[in-house]
Design a protein. Structure first.
Length: 182
């Protein structure tokens, strides 16, 4: 894949298994992955997931009983849609937390630039939440299941408490990956 500034040829960039294992250690179970695929969910193992054909931005994020869910969110990229898909998923996540639908969540921002974008768009700043800036750029998985070259920019993983707060576990687990701000 050819990388350009903050983008790549495909919107799809799946999370490597070791990061999902870290996420599972913080969230325990992953109830929902709102921006996934059949291939990605083989690693994530969310109880429920939405694919690009069933847009997670427009769907409910609660479980069938209406109780809060734990969420893993690694949104697809898109610079051609305004606001961008990552910012739309961030907004949806913040709204769902505010409505009490999320127990807690992890959001993987493909680019550190998203820290700025969400502020400019008027959404709650990612930096107000606990976050991890990995020491190394994340080598994502492509649509064929192969590890990609690392992107040309840094990534960030944000922990969003909802009805549960496992910030201490987030700090302990993700400190192995990089700098954690709580």
């Amino acid at each position: 894949m050819t990388f350009t500034q903050h983008t790549m040829n495909s919107q799809e960039h799946y999370t490597p298994p070791h990061i999902i294992e870290m996420a599972r250690e913080v969230l325990h179970d992953i109830d929902l992955d709102p921006c996934s695929s059949d291939l990605a969910n083989k690693t994530v193992k969310a109880r429920r997931y939405y694919t690009s054909q069933v847009c997670g931005i427009k769907r409910e994020w609660t479980n069938f009983y209406g109780t809060p869910v734990s969420v893993w969110c690694n949104p697809p990229g898109s610079r051609h849609i305004k606001p961008s898909l990552p910012i739309q998923f961030w907004s949806k996540l913040c709204n769902e937390v505010a409505e009490g639908n999320i127990s807690h969540a992890l959001y993987l921002a493909y680019s550190l630039e998203q820290l700025q974008q969400c502020q400019k768009a008027g959404y709650p700043p990612m930096a107000q939440f606990p976050l991890c800036i990995p020491r190394r750029r994340i080598a994502f998985i492509d649509m064929d299941g192969n590890e990609q070259k690392s992107p040309t920019h840094g990534n960030v993983i944000v922990y969003i408490p909802g009805t549960l707060d496992n910030t201490d576990a987030f700090k302990r687990v993700f400190s192995e990956l990089g700098y954690v701000k709580t």
